[in-house]
Design a binder for this molecule. Structure first.
Ligand code: PLP
Length: 356
């Protein structure tokens, strides 16, 4: 399928690297494609970034059929542009499609479309250390209709925008509140896919934790409120004795691409990574016994986020003396090294964007 291109007549002013922040600035163009029952996915195009008009009756506003992805493009020291495991993001987008009865996309075509968008907006990919271009593919139901059923029309859209360095002065340990009142997801629900609904469901807990002085919440399982699931919008790892434990994918946890990459890296270093159920009780007990060495979150935005403090009801623990754990730092250096093509890429994770 040929992608029609309409270039902007009003290129926007770029924002200096130190003023970028996260999620505030958008590049000049976006990719958009339509779906209609009977016609399938059609009319792929790259157009100037801008407003789209929708009727108030479109179904995404009422029934929340909306899914998204998040990945980054990096500029290497040689000036090349690379992506990190982008096929995994489009595979997960299709898993989200399946969970929300949205028609699947052609993953190879989506990657091709992204490459073309990046080629057009190549000047938007920043080169200051630690900066990157955040990529947000998403799908929404666009059929104007009142009544609950899967929509008959959709938009698949990709927008991008430069983002600043997540850590300006090195890795920063965060304070985490163990959430016992609210739950993020349950097995059989939408937790293992990137449905917008999951993020709406997380807001209240996040706000209440922030008001208590915590950066993120640690989610427990939705049934027993006993087993650890995720930390904010990251997967979570604990180093207990000589075991590196991460919650197994039970169906309510998002299968993170950084999580998967960390497991593969750690195993390649000969370390003992175990995917299993891990209770919050076990974590606090391990701390008491002096065998909880460190804990960290993993995700595209921060890559690795060391956990400096955990608060569970009236119990508080400080991990790694509030400092960055050894393994957190090593994983961060290795992953960012691979992502910016500063280190060898033995797993072939990095995909180069051929600028034409
Ligand atoms: C709920 C949730 N868990 C985990 C992750 C980490 O996933 P990834 O490593 O693919 O960015 C994310 C971010 O996408 C997320 O939103």
């Amino acid at each position: 399928m040929e992608i029609k291109v309409e270039l902007t007549q009003n290129p926007k002013q770029k924002v200096p690297a130190d003023k970028l922040g996260f999620g505030n600035v958008f590049s000049d163009h976006m990719f958009i494609m339509d779906y209609q029952t009977g016609k399938g996915w059609h009319n792929p195009r790259i157009v100037p970034y801008g407003s789209i008009a929708y009727e108030p009756a479109v179904m995404v506003f009422h029934y929340g059929q909306a899914i998204f992805e998040g990945l980054k493009a990096y500029r290497t020291e040689k000036g090349e542009i690379v992506l990190f495991r982008p096929q995994e993001n489009f595979r997960r987008l299709n898993a989200s499609c399946d969970a929300l009865c949205i028609p699947k996309i052609d993953e190879e075509f989506a990657l091709k479309a992204l490459m073309q968008l990046l080629t057009i907006d190549r000047d938007w990919i920043p080169d200051a250390p630690g900066t990157s271009l955040y990529i947000r593919p998403f799908i929404i139901a666009t059929e104007p209709h009142i009544g609950v059923h899967p929509a008959n029309s959709y938009h698949f859209i990709i927008i991008t925008g430069p983002v600043g360095a997540y850590y300006k002065e090195g890795l920063n340990p965060v304070k985490i509140y163990v959430e016992t009142k609210y739950v993020r997801a349950v097995v059989g629900g939408l937790g293992e896919v990137k449905a917008s609904a999951n993020y709406a469901a997380s807001l209240k807990a996040q706000m209440e934790a922030a008001a208590k002085g915590y950066t993120q919440v640690l989610w427990l399982d939705g049934v027993e409120r006993k087993y650890v699931e995720e930390v904010g919008t990251m997967n979570v790892f604990f180093v207990i004795g000589d075991e590196i434990v991460t919650p197994m994918l039970t169906g309510s946890i998002l299968p993170g691409i950084t999580r998967k990459s960390c497991i593969e890296l750690l195993r390649s270093w000969g370390l003992n990574v175990v995917e299993r159920r891990v209770s919050i009780e076990e974590i606090f007990d391990a701390h008491e016994k002096g065998i909880l060495k460190e804990a960290f979150g993993t995700g595209t935005a921060a890559v690795i986020s060391p956990i400096g403090e955990l608060c569970w009801n009236d119990r508080k623990i400080i991990l790694s003396n509030g400092k960055i754990g050894e393994l957190s730092q090593k994983l961060y250096d290795e992953l960012t090294g691979i992502q910016y093509a500063k280190k060898p890429d033995p797993f072939n994770w990095v995909v180069k964007v051929e600028l034409t």
